[in-house]
Structure formats: structure tokens, C-alpha cells
Unconditional design. Structure first.
Length: 268
């Protein structure tokens, strides 16, 4: 029975509906109604393993969320909205919840949050590191200096750099592989290249970032055991913020020296 495609689809649908906030009985009832079309509580109970009396409670829950309509007949008939409408319904609900959450967090008093996070912070996982990189780039006022490897150059990073450039932020990109340079050339045509200090081709290096000379991040590509070369490769990074932060001071000195050397060699 577990190999039955329709049974697997129903199970998956139930689990996803539960993750979106429906009770177990409501999720099972809704999936049964999608399968059956118009149905009575007994019909649903027979298919969905929900006690008949609890089908009415589940239907009320679904009706309140706009997922089910009720026909006042004897016995009552229940009808579920289409899968396409269901998808739009939950997308709107999700967007509303995210918007409400963001507004609430924005209103929180952040007087106790220091503008300079003391110490060096660690972030693990490629998506999490990418989120920090995008946050830093999006908050840039004057300058972004960025070095990366090809597999970490995502569309989101390119879009963030493009937006920053459009807002007047100077974008400095180290000499990298030809494919990366071509990609950056398309996404950020105003970006200024500079010669990198390091050859990353045979190293686990991931990316280096400096924003406004007061935010820095450096990452390496590792596997779950920290071995190299890892397969598949994940990423871990350290970052710091503030003009006196130790990581910022070190990387700022390296970047500034290299950028000054590059400017001198180019007669800038």
C-alpha cells in the first residue's frame, strides 16, 4: 500500500498541510475531499481514517480558513477548493504572516543591540553564509570588496551586487576565473577589478568580503569532517563588524594594501 503513488501523494499532502498549521484531522479531511470531490462526513471517514464525528469539527476548521464549502443538506455535503486555489490561499497566508513578523521585529526596541558586534562570529552552512553576505552587501553605503569561487556565485549574490552598484556603491572584484569575470561583467558592469593576492585554485578557500571597511567575512569550503577536498563541499565562515574588530582590522589591512598597490600599478 505504501508503494501506491496516490497513497504516497495523500501522505505527503497531509504532512505539508500540517506544517502549514492544519490539525491532523483537518489535513486528512481536506485531502480526502480533494480526492472524493463532494462528499459526506461518512465518505470522508471511510477514506481518511477520521472518526465521523470529528469530520464535522475538521470541516469547521477548514471552512473558517476558506478551504472548504458546506452544503446544507441531509446529510451535510462538503466540498474542497481546487489545488490551484489552495496554493494561492497558502501563499497569501504565508506572505501575510512573514510581513506581520517583519513589521513586529522592526518595531522592537533595538537600543540594547550594539552597532559593533564584539568578537569574531562563526556561521556554518552555505545558505546561511550566503545570507550574511547578502545582508552585508545590501547594507553597504560606500564600497564592497569581494573575492569568491565560481560555485558560490549565486544569482542572489549577483543581484545584491547589482543593486548596490545601482545605488552608487563602489564594487571592487578580485581577478578570478574567466567565467566568474564574465558573469560579474554582465551583472555588475560598473565593477572595478583588482589583482588578488591569492591563488585559490588548489585551496579550500570560499570567499572574502569587506564592506565599507568595517564589515568583513572570510569562508572556507569543507566537508562534514573538515577534510579537503570535500565532496560534496559545504561552507563555514567567520565574520566581524566594527572598526576595532580584530578580524576587520586584519582583513582591512590586507585589502587596503592590495587595493592601494593595484591603484598605483594602474596609475589611479
Amino acid at each position: 500500500m505504501s508503494d501506491d503513488p496516490s497513497s504516497k501523494a495523500r501522505s505527503t499532502a497531509v504532512e505539508q498541510l500540517k506544517s502549514l498549521g492544519l490539525s491532523t484531522y483537518a489535513a486528512r479531511t481536506f485531502v480526502a475531499l480533494v480526492t472524493l470531490g463532494e462528499a459526506t462526513a461518512q465518505d470522508v471517514s471511510d477514506l481518511a481514517d477520521v472518526p465521523r464525528t470529528r469530520v464535522y469539527d475538521a470541516a469547521d476548521e477548514l471552512r473558517e480558513r476558506g478551504l472548504v464549502d458546506v452544503k446544507r443538506s441531509n446529510p451535510k455535503q462538503f466540498w474542497a477548493i481546487s489545488s490551484e486555489t489552495t496554493g494561492r490561499h497558502f501563499e497569501r497566508e504565508y506572505e501575510h504572516r512573514v510581513s506581520t513578523l517583519t513589521d513586529a521585529l522592526d518595531r522592537l526596541d533595538d537600543a540594547n543591540r550594539s552597532t559593533e558586534q564584539r568578537g569574531v562570529w562563526t556561521v556554518t552552512g552555505r545558505e546561511a553564509v550566503t545570507d550574511r553576505v547578502i545582508d552585508f552587501i545590501s547594507a553597504a553605503d560606500d564600497e564592497v570588496v569581494y573575492v569568491t569561487v565560481g560555485e558560490l556565485l549565486t544569482d542572489e549574490i549577483g543581484e545584491a551586487l547589482s543593486r548596490a552598484s545601482d545605488e552608487g556603491v563602489s564594487i571592487r572584484l578580485a581577478d578570478m576565473s574567466e567565467s566568474i569575470e564574465d558573469r560579474f561583467g554582465r551583472d555588475v558592469p560598473a565593477a572595478q577589478p583588482f589583482e588578488s593576492l591569492w591563488d585559490w585554485s588548489d585551496t579550500p578557500a570560499g570567499r572574502l568580503l569587506m564592506v565599507d571597511q568595517e564589515k568583513t567575512l572570510v569562508s572556507v569550503l569543507v566537508d562534514g569532517k573538515g577534510e579537503y577536498p570535500p565532496e560534496p563541499r559545504d561552507e563555514t565562515a567567520i565574520w566581524g563588524v566594527g572598526s576595532t574588530n580584530s578580524l576587520v582590522v586584519v582583513l582591512k589591512a590586507l585589502f587596503t594594501w592590495q587595493l592601494d598597490e593595484d591603484r598605483d600599478s594602474n596609475g589611479e
